[in-house]
Design a binder for this molecule. Structure first.
Ligand code: NAI
Length: 499
């Protein structure tokens, strides 16, 4: 068997395989799903286009989808997040570097934006599908919504007749997307419409991608059913919070090795990710200060013991600034110019526009010095207005991963155990969408809307992880269950319960 793929270095596959083997041990949820569904092959016939950080943990997800019968093509959803050894191991599979038998992966650490969007196109472009639509992708597994966006934009432009030319005002990334769409359309005028017609559903991993899906659904533009994996309790209340609690300090340490204890750490946003970030930094002994726009989250932060201020009030004082909002322009160029000498600035929200990197680069006289890949010192021109100067008479800040997800760019993302929860939800969502795709209209479970998984499945994901931690779960008696008006086997909470 030969197939197309592109990774940094296929010879890294053995190192990747060792790490995958150890990760499997830490991913009981995914391994239990292999056990439960390996024989029945619920994903047989599914051709999944996957766009999600190509890490060791994702390798275990990909191989679970394959074990359940799916065919898969994969790209990363971030230019810096691929672990090259994991990508190589997934490609090689049970084969060799010369004769790979695994999965076509298009991902490497340090892609350019042009390469990134090329990889997104590759996962949606299946061999033979240009002449036989039956061979094209029929499911998307997304993180941040870029694969879904490419299909929706393509369909929108094909309906309008052609992909427009970019204007001078369009951001660089949008021009690149237009170029990719135009190139696809030039080979096949209905390429994106044809792909969209084949897709039976998408399961979306993260807050930012889910937000995009709800927007499409509200506008009546969503082209296929979607499952919001992020809002399974066993995803956002675990991965976003406990995952970040682990991988944020990991990223900061690998990037800078600066002692966090005693420093002033500013966390922008106190949602699920912000809560994990603040706890981690406090755990290291930092004095954590939070910024929020939502009074409920601001009050939560205050009750948790954090000072809550506006960024402007703390910008001169902070040693470390972390954005976690999923919003844009949270830290602007003027904030960075005003920071202390050698302040560290990083983002763990999904997209890089939380920190105004473009504005920073435009400051007259600014210099960018690469300390090492994904760690840059931005040196400001000397001004009398800024008193914090180094031995060169200048002051600078350290920006991690060029403003992109630093826990994946500077470290290796969340650890396996927490990702086992997220990816068990992903796998169940793919099974749900795929196995219910051809239901008669009256019984249809999934329309072109956004759904969350039923609570009983959320509880199932949690259950799959209890034994590994030695948890003894108390069982309700029938009498107790009747008293609470729940079933002995669950679900135990109403949908509106907040955990
Ligand atoms: P969330 O909605 O629970 O929290 C975001 C918080 O930021 C909200 O409380 C909101 O009020 C606040 N916020 C919005 N604009 C703000 C502003 N201008 N200043 C201060 N606070 C502001 O979302 P969640 O789940 O915490 O996710 C946040 C981001 O992190 C998303 O982009 C998500 O996709 C991403 N994410 C990243 C992960 C990673 O591994 N790095 C893991 C999971 C999610």
């Amino acid at each position: 068997m030969t197939f197309d793929y592109r990774v940094a270095d296929i010879s890294l596959h053995e190192a990747g395989r060792h790490q995958i083997r150890l990760a499997e041990h830490e991913m009981p949820g995914l391994m239990a799903l292999r056990e439960e569904f390996g024989e029945s092959q619920p994903l047989e016939g599914a051709r999944i286009a996957g766009s999600l950080h190509m890490t060791v943990q994702t390798a275990v997800l990909i191989e679970t989808l394959v074990a359940l019968g799916a065919e898969v093509r994969w790209a990363s959803c971030n230019i810096f997040s691929t672990q090259d050894e994991a990508a190589a191991a997934v490609v090689v599979g049970t084969g060799t570097a010369e004769d790979p038998q695994g999965v076509p992966v298009f991902a490497w650490k340090g892609e350019t934006l042009e390469e990134y969007w090329w990889t997104a196109e590759q996962i949606l472009t299946w061999p033979g599908a240009d002449t036989n639509p039956e061979l094209g992708p029929n499911m998307i597994l997304d993180d941040g919504g870029d694969a879904t966006l490419l299909v929706h934009k393509g369909v929108e432009f094909e309906a309008a007749g052609a992909v427009p030319q970019a204007t001078d005002e369009d951001p660089e990334e949008y021009r690149i997307i237009l170029d990719v769409l135009r190139a696809g359309q030039s080979q096949d005028p209905q390429k994106w419409t044809r792909i969209a017609k084949g897709i039976r559903g998408v399961s979306e991993e993260t807050t930012t991608g889910v937000h995009r899906l709800y927007q499409l659904a509200e506008q009546g533009k969503l082209l296929f059913p979607a499952i919001n994996v992020n809002d399974s309790v066993t995803k956002s209340k675990f991965d976003n919070k406990y995952g970040i609690r682990h991988s944020l300090p990991d990223g900061i340490n690998r990037a800078t090795d600066v002692l966090i204890g005693g420093k002033v750490a500013v966390v922008c946003g106190y949602g699920d990710v912000g809560k994990g970030a603040a706890e981690a930094l406090r755990g290291q002994g930092a004095r954590v200060v939070v910024t929020e726009i939502d009074p409920i989250c601001a009050l939560q932060a205050a009750m948790d013991g954090y000072q809550v201020v506006r960024l402007e009030s703390v910008v001169h004082e902070g040693d470390l600034f972390i954005t976690t909002t999923g919003g844009k322009d949270i830290i602007r160029a003027e904030h960075m110019a005003a920071m202390k000498d050698k302040a560290i600035v990083g983002n763990v929200g999904h997209f890089d526009n939380e920190i105004d990197m473009a504005g920073l680069a435009k400051i007259p006289g600014i210099r960018k010095v690469e300390i090492k890949p994904q760690v840059h010192e931005w040196v400001f021109p000397a001004t009398e207005a800024h008193d914090g100067q180094d031995s060169r008479g200048e002051h600078s800040i350290i920006v991690l991963s060029e403003g992109r997800l630093l826990n994946l760019g500077n470290a290796t993302g969340h650890p396996s155990f927490v990702m086992s929860n997220s990816f068990a939800n992903q796998t169940i969502a793919q099974i749900e969408l795929w196995t219910k795709r051809d239901q008669p209209e009256a019984e249809r479970s999934y329309e072109k809307e956004v759904y969350v998984l039923p609570k009983i499945l959320d509880e199932k994901v949690a259950r799959l992880h209890l034994d590994a931690l030695g948890v003894e779960l108390t069982e309700l008696t029938k009498d107790q269950a009747d008293y609470l008006d729940v079933d002995v086997a669950g679900p135990y909470k109403a949908d509106h319960y907040r955990y």
